[in-house]
Write a new protein. Structure first.
Lengths: 549, 684
């Protein structure tokens, strides 16, 4: 390999990510779904003609990112490359091919240059609706969770698959928005396709396959090199979830983690079998949250492509809650999947304690869905997102009110009140909710929403840590618990649905993160600052930190 | 010297620069004094006094003084503003702190966010609430309000941001707060004045920044104005705004956050004007300096505007890591790629350029001032692009061997390249980063940079311009005369202008054209009053814009509403803009308006482009790197003034910069003085 060739290769490589980011930018700017455009719940990626992933967008949700390496190959299993023609567009939201629940719709556009298939651009976007029971927090089967589009052509040689479009429109709420987002995904893919062709022209490439092989080999080698610096060893951990399995026992994530040379192996033998609750996380999602902690702690700048997923080897029992089989429901998979990160962090604490962090109040994700009719009688579906506090690190406090490990933005109160008949009465940090420790967990928050609608509003309220708080690490203490209640009613013990009458108040408390290290070792100036800013109360300071100043 | 002279004055971190322009002759004179950071007006008045010594009676002959200042941005970056408090709705004191909750880097789990400019204990709440339509839901609690204002005063607060939910729809509650605060000696910034736009985090953050810097700016401009009066200057003092126009001092003192990004705007303005004069419809301004490169896409003479501008980023070039400052700001992209950007090979074995910079101190290794790391300037020297004589004039003896050594050590050896190839790699990488950033930025605006004409300026723009242009698919590149001081020229070209906005969300079929017209008229009156105060008697142009989208979308397009306000007309205007941006439309969906904007400009004659005298002569060819043949080849070397037309490879010298005309490209001097370069279609 000549030196100049290496530089040309690197220029090409960084161009690939840049093209994936152009796709993402176009998608966000044209999307209708609040979840895509405001909460940024999407992923975009580029592939060669075999379906090997070349690059993915810098902003994407880790969950969806975990399905990007395999999705195009899965599409090609139905439509082999030699059958594709210019003007074809493929679509699917099959949870087992994609990102584990129906709202995540994948659209892939084959890219042709001079009549030859050279690659694919693909976007995944979380749609405003995909039909099914709204907020089916008690679903027992995937059939209740919306329309599943198996791998299908949305366009064949520039001709729209009209029966499919009618089928979708007839099955979803707000069909205009859903179709608008599908068009936005296609337009974004076109932008990426043009970028790929332009790049191939500029660099005189006839095929992207050698490029794919090389970038993948490079990412894989860099990741392996980083893993090789971890202490070798094997450890087992169990993390229990506050939700229960079908027999009524707490859900268990059992993990055996081993680091041997430049390989990480994760074995989930002993994990609870899939449940008749919508929290099962398909393998793609589990893979995402297995790879995420290692990239995040070892090499956060790693360019993501097919090779970046190879060094972490998974063994996940089929039929378990982290690798369920059809037709297990999974709409609320993020109630469970984030705890995979907690299990890995717990294991890392034993073999590589400088890399780890305390459990987060941000597991699981809190998303509130509301549907009803506005004053003009038009149906609305809207979301309200607000999250808790991150777990503390060995050397610093956890962030307050942040999304982690997923990455979607919170909802603006003003936009939410424009979107539906609600009044947000408060949204405030909760004092003393950050787990005490030498380094404190991030604070949780409290949100109170009041319905102003004359007609009943269907609400699906979901969150967690309602029973078991985020624990601390190495002497750190638990963060504040989560809480969901309506008016003066009893607190929920799990996510649930409720119909709101006019004037009903929903109170949500997002949990705080766990603390790290002995609270009595916390620096006096940090305690003073927390007191001044009201992050802790004088009583909390005395109780949790032994503060007597 | 005649009357009607214009003086531009730019207070930078180290130097206060003056540019004196005589419209009658086109002559430009520069002057420089050290900046006096404690009281910047001292430096300004000192420089003015020195200029007046050289030109007796100067102050009486000036028609205007146009001032750009980094005071606002520095107060923010260095956190040296006022002790600031916040009055907000009960239950919402944490809006500034909880932000949007999204992480700006998905894989960086330890990322930090900027501290709010108002600490939590100075964020006080008052019961009272408006709905999204501006209707009162809960009246403001005046007893609590008085108590909270007293508590803030007690705590030593001197400036207060008043940020209430939905105040963009109805400023009444915020105005009640302002009345209650009268006589308390507090400096107030109301969010309904500073940024009457929906989305509380962005509005609250911008308003707190305004409150944070206002006392300081107020004091400074007051002192400057009285100093100028004492010096005999009785014409208006103009301030350069982030949005591209200039504004009178009185208006600037009310909304100082509008001055934050005034620096880079000058060059963009001048590039737009040059492009227009050269007959180009779409212009890509490309400014490369010592630490950063900036670019901006200007279509039909309109500067692109953004409300997504951020300051105080934790990671300077990471979007989302700063505090939003959502006032009208010219939408330009800044990346950490300049002459001083440091090249290194990272843990992954990849060549990275910047964003760390050796800046001017210690500077590149070849400057011999203690720089020990390989920079882009070192690479340019090794590749033969820089003229040592030019630097000698500035007191710097370039050390080619030092440059070659650090490049070999930091880049060549780790990558297995000889120093020449390593230097070429550094330049290729930095050109690639700049072109990628420009392309991404264009995508954000829904525009294709390939159709643009590039205008390159700044110390490094004319050298890297051809390569970046070729990567973007531009075939025409313009380099102005005096490319090194082009930004300052832009200051003098700026005209008084002001933009105001108000959120008025609604579907176009549900909005009454008469209501819309009334709202637009009110905005136009508000903006015109500000512009007229700055330019009494000037003719005004008023332009109406609406930020529009399809119902349910989240991002808006800025659409000029030059026609009537009937729903069909507005729908057509939106549809055309959407098609232009994204290549398709959704004709079954209804557009909606989010925000109305009115931009008022005063018409005013501004400096044109006049060629300097032809002088200088071609010197002996110099070997320099040719990216097409991957080898050193002889380049013609000549001063800018001596160029008529030529075919590359050639290196053309200007004070402070070198223009590279690559092999095969042709360059022709336009009669107005700029260089018009045509690149080949497949220019490497």
């Amino acid at each position: 390999m000549s030196g100049l060739d290496a530089i040309r290769h690197q220029v090409l490589w960084s161009r690939l990510t840049s093209i994936a980011d152009e796709i993402a930018t176009t998608l966000v700017r044209t999307a209708f779904s609040l979840v895509v455009r405001d909460n940024q719940d999407y992923a975009c990626a580029l592939y060669d003609a075999r379906g090997e992933m070349l690059a993915q967008s810098t902003q994407c949700t880790p969950g969806q990112a975990g399905s990007t390496p395999s999705v195009v190959r899965d599409l090609l299993a139905t439509y082999p490359p030699e059958t594709l023609v210019e003007g074809d567009v493929l679509i699917s939201n099959d949870p087992w091919i994609g990102a584990g629940h129906a709202p995540d719709v994948f659209i892939a556009t084959p890219v042709f240059r001079r009549g030859t298939l050279v690659g694919f651009t693909c976007t995944c976007a979380h749609h405003a609706d995909m039909g099914g029971r709204l907020g089916a927090t008690d679903a027992r089967e995937v059939y209740e969770e919306g329309l599943i589009i198996p791998v299908t052509k949305l366009f064949s040689a520039d001709v729209e698959n009209e029966p499919l479009v009618r089928l979708i429109r007839r099955n979803v709420r707000m069909a205009d928005k859903v179709m608008g987002d599908i068009r936005a995904q296609m337009a974004a893919n076109r932008v990426g396709a043009a970028g790929l062709v332009r790049m191939m022209d500029e660099f005189g490439l006839d095929s992207l396959e050698p490029v794919a092989d090389r970038v993948s080999a490079h990412s894989e080698a860099a990741f392996r090199k980083a893993i090789a610096r971890l202490p070798q060893g094997e450890t087992r951990v169990e993390v229990f979830h506050e939700l229960t399995d079908d027999a009524g026992d707490p859900i268990r994530i059992a993990l055996a983690l081993s680091v041997a040379e430049d390989r990480v192996r994760l074995d989930f033998e002993g994990t609870t079998p899939q449940v008749l609750k919508p929290i099962n996380a398909v393998l793609n999602i589990t893979r995402a949250y297995c790879v995420f902690p290692f990239i995040a702690t070892l090499c956060p700048d790693l360019p993501m492509n097919a090779g970046a997923f190879r060094p972490v080897e998974l063994s996940v029992p089929e039929g378990s809650i982290v690798n369920p089989t059809y037709p297990a429901p999974g709409m609320y998979r993020s109630l469970l999947s984030y705890f995979v990160v907690e299990a890995i962090m717990a294991a890392l604490q034993q073999i590589a304690p400088d890399r780890t962090m305390a459990p987060s109040g941000t597991y699981p994700l809190w998303i509130q869905k509301f549907a009803g009719h506005d004053r003009d009688g038009r149906p609305f579906v809207t979301h309200y997102n607000a999250q808790g506090g991150q777990g503390a690190f060995r050397d610093r406090d956890g962030n307050t009110a942040v999304v982690f490990p997923g990455n979607i933005a919170s909802t603006s109160t003003e936009l939410f009140e424009h979107d539906g008949p609600f009044l947000v009465e408060r949204r405030m940090l909760v004092a003393d909710s950050g787990g005490p420790g030498r380094y404190r967990g991030g604070l949780g928050q409290e949100t109170v929403l009041r319905s102003l609608s004359d007609a009943p509003v269907h609400a699906a309220l979901s969150g967690g840590r309602l029973v078991e708080p985020a624990t601390g690490m190495e002497g750190g203490q638990p963060g504040g618990k989560g809480r969901i209640c309506v008016n003066d009613g009893p607190p929920f013990d799990k996510a649930g649905r409720v119909d709101l009458r006019k004037g009903d108040r929903v109170r949500l408390v997002q949990p705080g993160g766990g603390g790290f290290g002995d609270p009595t070792a916390r620096a006096a100036e940090d305690i003073r600052h927390d007191l001044q800013e009201g992050y802790i109360t004088p009583e909390g300071a005395k109780r949790d930190y032994g503060w007597t100043d | 010297m005649t009357k009607g002279l214009r003086l531009g004055c730019d207070v930078g971190g180290s130097f206060t620069d003056f540019l004196l322009y005589d419209p009658a002759t086109g002559a430009i004179e520069t002057h420089k004094v050290p900046t006096t950071p404690q009281a910047p007006e001292v430096g300004v008045l000192q420089g003015l006094a020195e200029l007046a010594q050289a030109h007796p009676g100067l102050t009486g002959r000036l028609s205007s003084l146009i001032h750009g200042t980094t005071l606002v941005i520095n107060a923010i970056i260095e956190r040296k503003g006022a002790v600031t408090g916040l009055i907000t709705n009960e239950g919402f004191r944490d809006v500034l702190e909880t932000r949007r909750e999204i992480r700006y880097d998905i894989y960086d789990i330890r990322q930090a966010f900027p501290r709010p400019f108002v600490p939590r204990h100075l964020r006080h709440e008052v019961p009272g609430r408006l709905g999204p339509d501006g209707a009162e839901i809960v009246p403001l609690d005046h007893d609590r309000l008085r108590a909270e204002l007293a508590a803030l005063t007690e705590a030593g607060v001197t400036s207060v941001a008043v940020c209430l939910l939905h105040s963009y729809a109805n400023p009444d509650h915020e105005q009640q707060v302002a009345r209650a605060a009268e006589g308390l000696g507090l400096d107030l910034s109301l969010s309904s004045d500073v940024l009457p736009e929906v989305q509380e985090f962005e509005r609250f953050a911008t308003t707190s920044l305004n409150a944070y810097v206002r006392p300081k700016v107020d004091q400074y401009l007051g002192a400057l104005e009285s100093g100028l009066t004492r010096a005999g200057y009785d014409r208006p003092l103009f301030l350069m705004q982030s949005g591209g126009g200039v504004i009178g001092a009185a208006a600037a003192r009310k909304a100082p956050v509008r001055l934050a990004e005034s620096g880079p705007v000058g060059g963009v303005l001048a590039a737009g004007k040059l492009g227009r004069a050269a007959g180009a419809d779409t212009v890509l301004a490309f400014d490369m300096g010592g630490t950063t490169a900036k670019s901006c896409l200007i279509t039909g003479g309109d500067l692109p505007m953004t409300r997504a501008y951020e300051v105080d980023r934790v990671h300077r070039f990471r979007r989302g890591s700063g505090t939003p400052l959502a006032v009208p700001t010219v939408d330009l992209i800044e990346i950490g790629a300049g002459g001083g950007s440091i090249a290194r090979v990272d843990d992954l074995g990849l060549l990275r350029i910047g964003p760390e910079s050796a800046a001017s101190d210690p500077g590149p290794a070849c400057f011999g001032r203690g720089g020990t790391r390989a920079t882009v300037t070192d690479a340019n020297l090794v590749l033969g692009y820089l003229d040592p004589a030019e630097f000698r004039a500035g007191g710097i003896v370039l050390d080619r061997q030092a440059a070659q050594d650090v490049i070999a050590r930091d880049v060549g050896d780790p990558l297995g390249l000889d120093p020449l190839a390593a230097a070429a790699a550094i330049v290729a990488m930095v050109d690639e980063s700049m072109s990628q950033a420009a392309r991404m930025y264009a995508a954000e605006q829904g525009k294709d940079p390939a159709r643009a004409t590039m205008v390159a300026f700044g110390g490094g723009g004319p050298l890297h311009g051809a390569a970046v242009a070729a990567k973007l698919g531009n075939t025409r590149l313009l380099v102005p005369e005096a490319a090194g001081v082009f930004s300052a020229l832009g200051f003098l070209m700026a005209t008084p202008s002001y933009e105001v906005a108000r959120s008025l969300p609604g579907r176009i079929d549900a909005l009454d054209p008469c209501t819309l017209a009334r709202e637009f008229d009110a905005l136009a009156a508000e903006a015109s009053a500000v512009v007229t105060a700055a330019a009494p008697g000037a003719r005004l142009t008023r332009r109406r814009f609406a930020e529009m989208r399809y119902v349910g979308q989240g991002h808006q397009l800025r659409v000029a509403l030059d026609g009537d306000l009937a729903p069909e007309t507005m729908a057509r205007a939106f549809s055309n803009a959407y098609l232009d941006a994204y290549g398709y439309t959704c004709d079954d969906l209804t557009p909606e308006i989010v925000t109305l904007r009115v931009l008022v400009d005063a018409e005013q004659e501004s400096p044109g482009f006049t060629p300097g005298p032809v002088s200088g002569a071609e010197t002996a060819p110099r070997p320099a790197w040719c990216a097409r043949s991957n080898a050193m080849v002889p380049h013609r070397v000549l001063p800018f003034d001596a160029v008529t037309d030529l075919t590359g490879p050639a290196l053309i010298g200007q004070p402070g910069t070198t223009i590279l005309v690559p092999t095969g490209a042709t360059a022709r001097k336009a009669p107005q003085g700029w260089l018009d370069i045509t690149l080949q279609e497949d220019q490497p």
